[in-house]
Design a binder for this molecule. Sequence first.
Ligand code: NAD
Length: 337
Amino acid sequence: MAENSSHPEQEIEQLKQRIRQYNHEYYVMDTPSVPDAEYDRLMQRLMALETEHPKLKTSDSPSQKVGGAPLSAFEQVTHEVPMLSLDNAFDDEALLAFEKRIKDRLKESAAIAFSCEPKLDGLAVSLLYEDGELVRAATRGDGQVGENITQNVKTIANIPLRLKGEDIPRRVEIRGEVFMPKAGFEKLNQRQKEQGAKIFANPRNAAAGSLRQLDSKITAKRPLMFYTYSLGLVTPDDFSLPDTHSERLALVASWGMPLCPEVDTATDGNGCLAYYQKILGMRDALAYDIDGVVFKVNSVDRQERLGFVARAPRWAIAQKFPAQEEVTVLEDVEFQV
Ligand code: NAD
């Protein structure tokens, strides 16, 4: 597709069509046909054109939307608090520009602290606990409506069926990522190969395909894990929670929820850049795949003042790592429903 097109309207339409098709392949079918880096390039181009020509930006553009429609084979779950995506930074300058935007919007000149977290390459999941018991699990879907995958999630060994502790909210939604550790992925593919079954392209697709099975006995055989990264709905509204995101993660961990050991905090944007380098250096040695790191303004009060745009919070950003695999093996991905 020609860039710097003299027909922006036409280029935008073509980009939207291609991105919609790739979204369907990735989110609905779990069978991407292009590498993530190519998808990201097209999305960046679409966003640049929409910024340059604001009149051509429509609310149905994929740049304004989260994920894909839930599969009709599953019961649908409406998220009481929408599950959004994340904005991306592809280099250090973009990360520092994010920090500056935040300070400008908050009209604060002092350093802003961040929660720093690996960007786990799996599937976003919402877990609802009532009176401490896991009663519902759902995928993100299109951010408003996801798929009910409660039976499948109950087979994941490190997700507690019951929270521990005396002082927990009556209803609490815990969000995080379901993923397949690298070793489990290799073993699964080895087993699939021995059995003449289909080979998975990468741990992300294996996790997504395994979680969105109609038969939870199949999910039970798959080596899935979960790490918590945020709180959704909390009832009652006046339940006393700490003021920072990192303390809230620690609280959720004290209820027995698994937390990624690499989460940390930084006192400012430069601290975030140091964390990025540290995690990038550890990437190959980590037991699970990551495609970047996520920075979140640590103060929940500041998060609330910053709010959201169409598909992502203003108070968080994903700084992506350089692409590792450029080509996704298409025919090797399992078709799960
Ligand atoms: P995203 O992956 O860019 O970021 C949001 C997601 O990050 C969350 O929903 C959550 O699942 C995950 N996440 C992991 N660790 C997290 C943490 N610590 N805190 C918060 N969230 C965390 O979002 P997206 O909208 O799901 O996907 C967009 C990306 O997916 C693209 O940039 C591209 O890489 C890939 N994609 C690829 C294709 C393709 O055809 N190859 C198609 C669609 C999307």
